[in-house]
Write a protein of this length. Structure first.
Length: 476
């Protein structure tokens, strides 16, 4: 009866959990991302302005806002085949299975044993009466044990596994977001390189026409031969600029193939026209208080805090006694025939307590190390939040400046194009010298390349804003 009372008492004490209870960090005490008030829209560039709205309605497949079937196909293939994402998903399943395995500590552990041995006992040994010094011994037994989690160490351990599963889930979301953003950014860069290559080739073709015209003027005696050398030098410089562009385009193709889980030699990438991409106009910007619940890296850092918090409880519980309830029932005999005899049956039941009396400084400093790990995770969480707000602020400002820069490039390209056409006409009429045409030619090439780079930069900074806001995974 006393044993029963003791068991009931231990079970009732099982509601205690040592260690701190995890509390989610409070949202940052700020209502905006930049020092200045956020503008409602960017300036109009290329007849388009982008508008910032305070909402968290960003769609999960945000790349569809660029309205390109080719871009959608590349992203979808990468999501389906990327090995890094597949490894992240396997890691998530592993953490979830580890969590489920951890719940087994709350159930009784039942084991069965069967043993058969050939034995010899000393003549003076008492106990089993066989009539012989050498005999067979067959034993059948079952054992039931149940750990009584008086101080909550097991519960804290499972809490840690559950938080670890949360951490891996957010890491998987982050991997998904990083993959999609890398594919979109690389696709935009590849399209920009292709457009720059086409522009450079058109310019080289124009310069060859200038060379033929200059050679004709040299033969007519109206232009010195030095003009031919100048045009040839310009053509060579333009052709030399093609090499790094083509190398960058090749690297972008190889990266896209890798992101799609393909070897570069087997990749079949669709061509994406930079000028046919649609610029997302309405940009939903989450409130700062919502960002901490949307960014997967912030949520992963919070889950890591939860893991280390629970491990403080695990380390603390190790400093207290542990209790379990054990029961054993079995039978033994010299052969299978007499296993059912009552004389061979045995059983035991009762609680077991293990008290850590002295283990040096292991348990004390083990708990101190767990507290230090928690403080480290708190600092990491704080840094992750600061970096996230920095990225959003950078993206918002970048889009404002991108629009201003792009509009300036549009005007510069238009003016350079008009000037080049006018000077070509005047040059053919003999009204200006070739130096003026040469200067305008170079300027038009530079403004055309700068214009294409500004267009691509505006697209990529739009991607950066979507990513910095968390990618809309919560709305999938």
């Amino acid at each position: 009866m006393k044993i029963l009372y003791l068991i009931v008492t231990l079970v009732m004490l099982g509601g205690c959990e040592v260690g701190p209870n995890f509390v989610r960090p409070a949202p940052p005490d700020t209502d905006r991302y930049t020092r200045e008030l956020q503008s409602e829209a960017t300036v109009t560039a290329q007849n388009q302005a982008q508008y910032f709205t305070s909402s968290n309605t960003l769609i999960a497949d945000w790349w569809k806002l660029f309205e390109s079937k080719e871009l959608n196909a590349v992203v979808n293939k990468a999501i389906a085949n990327n090995p890094t994402l597949q490894a992240s998903e396997a890691s998530l399943r592993q953490s979830q299975d580890s969590m489920r395995a951890g719940y087994g500590v709350f159930f009784p552990q039942i084991q069965a044993g069967v043993g058969a041995s050939r034995q010899r006992i000393a003549p003076a040994e008492q106990g089993l009466q066989t009539g012989h010094k050498i005999f067979n011994l067959i034993t059948l037994s079952s054992t039931v044990s149940y750990a009584i989690d008086v101080f909550g160490g097991a519960r804290r351990s499972v809490e840690s596994l559950r938080a670890q599963a949360d951490y891996q889930r957010y890491e998987n979301v982050a991997a998904y977001l990083m993959l999609s953003s890398n594919v979109v950014n690389t696709s935009i860069a590849r399209a920009a390189y292709a457009a720059e290559i086409r522009t450079t080739k058109k310019l080289i073709k124009l310069e060859h026409e200038q060379l033929r015209l200059t050679q004709a003027q040299v033969r007519a005696g109206t232009t010195p031969y030095a003009a031919v050398l100048s045009v040839q030098s310009l053509i060579a410089a333009s052709q030399a600029s093609l090499a790094p562009l083509e190398q960058s385009a090749s690297q972008a193709e190889h990266l896209l193939a890798t992101l799609e889980g393909e070897f570069p030699s087997n990749a079949n990438l669709p061509d994406i026209d930079l000028t046919r991409l649609s610029l997302p106009v309405d940009l939903p910007v989450s409130l700062p208080s919502d960002l901490v619940n949307q960014r997967p890296d912030i949520l992963a850092a919070e889950a890591q805090m939860h893991v280390t918090s629970a491990k403080i409880g695990v380390a603390t519980a190790l400093m207290f006694p542990s209790f379990s309830l054990n029961g054993t029932f079995g039978t033994s005999g010299t052969n299978f025939g007499n296993l059912t005899a009552s004389s061979g049956k045995f059983w035991s039941i009762g609680p077991v307590a293990t008290i850590p009396l002295f283990q040096g400084t292991t348990l004390w400093f083990g708990r101190k190390a767990a507290i230090d790990a928690y403080q480290q995770s708190r600092a990491n969480y704080r840094q992750t939040v600061l970096s996230a707000f920095e990225q959003v602020a950078d993206s918002l400002k970048a889009l404002e400046h991108d629009a201003e820069g792009l509009q300036a490039q549009v005007e510069a390209k238009r003016a350079a194009g008009e000037e080049l056409k006018l000077l070509h006409a005047n040059y053919r009429a003999g009204l200006v010298d070739y130096l003026a045409v040469l200067t305008a030619d170079v300027q038009y090439h530079e403004t055309s390349i700068s214009y294409l780079q500004a267009v691509a930069q505006r697209y990529q900074d739009t991607v950066a804003l979507f990513v910095s806001l968390g990618g809309g995974w919560w709305s999938s």
